[in-house]
Ligand binder design. Structure first.
Ligand SMILES: Cc1cc2nc3c(=O)[nH]c(=O)nc-3n(C[C@H](O)[C@H](O)[C@H](O)COP(=O)(O)OP(=O)(O)OC[C@H]3O[C@@H](n4cnc5c(N)ncnc54)[C@H](O)[C@@H]3O)c2cc1C
Length: 457
């Protein structure tokens, strides 16, 4: 595997290379691997993995670069960047079966499927990678109508740690297929994901802005409206970070994905109750193509975003009180409460490795700490988050910026975790893929070399 800049060989970048900085930049921060490689085909990926085994390197995998975890600076880390594997291909139009490269972004997927009148329920941001979002679960603008991204996944092609190309589906390697749907990047390099896309074209999309007078009342009223809402309506209640000199504010971001012929009257009837939950300061709702609603995002300059989440079976008064105290805490924070339920909740808890199907909402807290803050300051800033986490019934790995044993336990109930460990043992017994929310191989805890220091905390 030599250094190359052609499209026919594996590209290899090291620190100091003129393209290394751009290639390792992520949403939250830059990764600092000793080597970054860009394979495309399964043989190239297998050759890279063989080299990692030979040189005893830790392997990380990158799709869209939006991971909340800090890989730190590690000269013994080899990052496999799937940027060259971003095809979106229709395999079977009658079944709406689509094969998506493990390095594609959701913006690319939406743009390719839009002319067909299809879409896949995925995230809200164009630059997020198909790889990371899907392997964690995937909560998108149609989560209540179509479920998680993984609920629309029917297969994947994976290069395992020993270089084999395996297919995972209900019919082939079903244990691996189950684990890929929520178990994160623990089991190999996923070259392609096969999804069944859903019909979607014009949606009602936009924002209702509120003055934030009584946060607890606003959250409670939003919750009650979403309890009664049709599955076509998904929404997020955002409590905006407090800024000096500006009145506290909140917004509901919403998407109604119904029958495009009747979208306006039905959507607006479904949306209308949201106009009565607080003092509205503005609305901006229009009909647009689904592909047009995925936005680009960048964190504010000079700050670190520290992100945590809690899945809530019940947004009861105690949970709401904890959320409002967190938002009012000493460190500026944004809170996003995402509605779940609907199709998301009709999947059995043990059908996929994402087990928290009884959650009615996901609360994401993003603290804005100075860019220079170290671990002690971050731990201090997180103190008001703890009561929110304590009210949660689980955690979603994709918005969890830490990977402690407690985080793993919150993400995976004991039976799910045991099953994931067994699959890990079968496909990655040496824990080569450890730069993630790491599942240890069953029976080998502590016995193997490749551990991620972050999960030793
Ligand atoms: C601005 C923003 C908006 C977001 N919006 C949403 C949202 O609406 N819904 C939602 O559910 N989540 C959302 N997320 C969270 C997002 O799902 C996670 O950040 C996810 O990890 C991003 O995936 P990625 O491929 O971009 O990241 P990467 O950093 O490239 O990958 C994350 C991890 O996934 C694994 N991985 C990725 N690709 C592969 C592959 N092909 N094979 C094997 N392992 C792989 C690796 O372990 C990697 O470390 C958002 C995040 C941000 C920053």
């Amino acid at each position: 595997m030599g250094v190359s800049t052609t499209s026919h060989a594996v590209e290899v970048l090291r620190p100091g290379h003129d393209r290394y900085e751009a290639a390792t930049r992520g949403f939250y921060r830059a990764a600092r691997p000793g080597l970054l490689v860009r394979p495309r085909g399964p043989d190239e990926v297998a050759a890279v993995l063989a080299r990692a085994a030979r040189d005893d390197l830790r392997v990380s995998v990158r799709s869209g670069g939006h991971s909340p975890l800090d890989h730190g600076s590690d000269t013994r880390e080899l990052m496999i960047d799937l940027a060259r594997r971003d095809d979106v291909e229709v395999l079977d139009a009658a079944r709406r079966l689509v094969r998506v490269g493990g390095g594609a972004t959701w913006g690319q997927v939406a743009a390719r499927l839009d002319p067909l009148g299809w879409g896949i329920s995925a995230g809200d941001t164009a630059g997020v990678g198909v790889g990371g979002l899907t392997l964690g679960g995937g909560v998108g603008w149609m989560v209540r109508r179509d479920g998680l991204a993984i609920d629309n996944l029917v297969g994947a092609r994976v290069v395992t740690a020993d270089g084999r190309l395996v297919t995972a589906s209900e019919g082939e390697n079903p244990d691996l297929f189950w684990a890929l749907r929520g178990g994160g990047g623990n089991f190999g390099v996923v070259l392609d994901f096969d999804f069944v896309a859903q019909p979607v074209s014009t949606v009602r999309f936009g924002t209702v802005a509120y003055r934030l007078e009584d946060p607890a009342e606003l959250i409670g009223r939003w919750r009650d409206v979403m309890h009664a809402a049709p599955d076509e309506l998904s929404s997020t209640l955002a409590l905006l970070p407090r800024t000096p000199g500006t009145p506290p504010a909140a917004a509901v971001l919403l998407c109604h994905a119904g029958d495009p012929r009747t979208v306006v009257p039905y959507a607006d009837a479904a949306i209308e109750p949201l106009l009565g939950i607080g003092t509205v300061t503005g609305t901006s709702i229009s009909s647009c193509r689904y592909a047009g609603i995925l936005e680009n995002a960048a964190p504010p300059e000079g700050i670190q975003l520290v992100v945590r989440n809690a899945l809530m079976t019940s947004l009861d008064d105690a949970a709401v009180a904890a959320i409002t105290r967190f938002h009012a805490g000493p460190v500026p924070a944004a809170v996003a409460v995402r509605s779940l339920g609907g199709a998301f909740g009709r999947v059995a808890a043990d059908a996929t490795a994402f087990a928290h199907r009884d959650a009615e909402a996901m609360v994401v807290g993003a603290l804005m700490v100075p860019g220079t803050a170290g671990e002690p300051e971050i731990e201090q800033a997180l103190v008001p988050w703890r009561p929110v986490a304590a009210r949660g019934s689980g955690t979603y790995i994709n918005f969890q910026g830490s990977a402690t044993p407690e985080d793993l336990a919150a993400a995976y109930p004991p039976r799910t975790h045991a099953r994931l460990s067994a699959v890990k043992d079968a496909y990655d017994p040496d824990n080569r893929f450890a730069c993630n929310h790491n599942i240890r191989p069953a029976g080998r805890t502590g016995a193997r070399r490749h551990t991620d220091p972050r999960s030793e905390e």
